[in-house]
Design a protein around this ligand. Structure first.
Ligand code: PLP
Length: 428
């Protein structure tokens, strides 16, 4: 891995300019709404890319952060050895299945967590090879980009022994294989031949590929993949950074599939907006993480206090059930919009992780990239925050707060419908 050269920076810069979705400067927020600088209230269907799991300004969350910062025992942001960090580790272990001696490593972001895992699995196993999926986004640091396969990071250096394979996408199947069975056969062939399984340390997966287009894999795919990996002693790493922590109607998204990953990576929604991530996995691997990924503020009391408040509130307010119920309502209302809008190619998702893929033609499935950007902008004008994702930037991604109400879900669908009509008619 080397640092990017100046010419690559030029490419990166033009991509960054494309990421300017609309001119929003948030000054505050309450519940599912944010307030813009001009005083407008907008319904937030992104929740900062899934991070604001409890919405904005949840009283229990604000109280927990305030308490951690004004602790009567003396305000301290002591890291690593803080009591809240140790309790958080114990709590995450209890909530996550796994065998043998295990550890929890705490970080600041999904990126540092995935980078740490990538380094730890190689160091601990002595195997140089890694696998992940085309379209995968595991972060924005050099080491997490090195195991990612997203087009937005084209030109970034990949880990030396990385093999990317297509993600099983039932809507745009690789080689006419909506069940992913042929893809699994190809992965087996790779591991038996050119990418020897015995030399492969880990396979990074997203149980729903989020930035790659909010793609829900075919049922049973990951169970079979995990079986293949187990035969070679390859560790499965479930990157739950965007779709974990209750968002899909289960605590961890992998729980929808009948398999247990070796390593689970949590971020975003775990902190509800403050920077914290967590890796849960075998001690024999994560002991290496501690060796070379020690950062000053890992496990500080304020971020851990916030994470405890998130877990408490998820439990007290039954937010996993809410994500499942309101998510199902959103999904079916968006599905119904297909009758009105030929531009909607597919609606898919689980719980409150939903993608609406826009196409220029349902038969050819040509991605409607320009339309998606216009819909997002028009929705902003109409009072809704939603972004697009995907390798073709044509999928509206809905990752609202887990506290979203039925009325707010209905309001969002009405605005999305209006935004599609307006954008398609050129009223933007
Ligand atoms: N992993 C996944 C699946 C993500 O969606 C993201 C961010 O979008 C990351 C990792 C990186 O997390 P962070 O932005 O907190 O570094």
């Amino acid at each position: 891995m080397s640092f990017p050269l100046y010419e690559k920076d030029q490419k990166t810069l033009s991509k960054l300019q494309n990421l300017r979705f609309f001119p929003l400067a948030v000054t505050g927020g309450k519940g599912s709404y944010v307030t813009a600088e001009d005083g407008r209230k907008l319904l937030d269907l992104s929740a900062s890319w899934g991070a604001a799991s409890l919405g904005h300004g949840h009283p229990a969350y604000v109280a927990a952060i305030t308490a951690a910062a004004s602790n009567p025992a003396g305000a301290s942001i002591l890291s690593a050895a803080s009591a809240p960090a140790i309790r958080l580790g114990e709590r995450l272990l209890a909530l996550t299945a796994g065998a043998g001696e295990r550890r929890v490593w705490l970080g600041h972001s999904g990126s540092d967590a995935n980078e740490t895992v990538a380094r730890a699995v190689v160091a601990a196993t002595g195997r140089r090879r890694l696998m992940s999926f085309t379209g995968a986004y595991h972060g924005g640091t050099a080491g997490s980009m090195a195991v990612s396969g997203h087009s937005a990071q084209e030109g970034s250096d990949k880990a030396d022994g990385l093999t990317l394979v297509p993600f099983p996408d039932p809507y745009r199947p690789f080689a006419d294989d909506p069940s992913g069975a042929a893809l699994l056969d190809q992965i087996e062939e790779l591991l038996a031949g050119p990418c020897p399984g015995e030399e492969t340390a880990a396979f990074f997966i997203e149980p729903i590929q989020s930035d790659g287009g909010l793609i829900v894999p075919p049922p049973g795919f990951f169970k079979r993949l995990a079986e293949i990996c187990a035969r070679y002693g390859i560790l499965t790493v479930s990157d739950e950074v965007k779709v974990g922590m209750g968002r899909t109607g289960r605590l961890h998204c992998y729980m929808h599939e009948d398999f247990t990953p070796d390593i689970v990576v949590c971020g975003k929604g775990l902190g509800g907006g403050v920077p914290i991530s967590a890796v849960i996995g075998p001690a024999r691997i994560l002991d290496f993480a501690v060796c070379f990924s020690m950062q000053t503020l890992h496990g500080n009391a304020i971020c851990c206090g916030a994470a405890h408040a998130v877990l408490d509130t998820i439990e007290n307010e039954k937010l996993i059930d809410n994500a499942a119920t309101i998510g199902a309502r959103l999904l079916s209302s968006l599905e119904a919009l297909k009758e009105k809008h030929a531009e909607i190619g597919e609606v898919r998702g689980r719980g409150l992780a939903i993608g609406v893929e826009l196409v220029t033609d349902r038969a050819t499935k040509e991605p409607a990239k320009e339309l998606a950007a216009k819909v997002v902008y028009r929705a902003f004008e109409l009072g809704l925050v939603v972004y697009y994702v995907g390798m073709n930037s044509n999928v509206l991604e809905l990752t609202p707060p887990l506290t979203l109400s039925a009325a707010e879900a209905d309001e969002a669908v009405a605005i999305i419908s209006q935004a599609i009509s307006d954008a398609a008619a050129g009223r933007v």
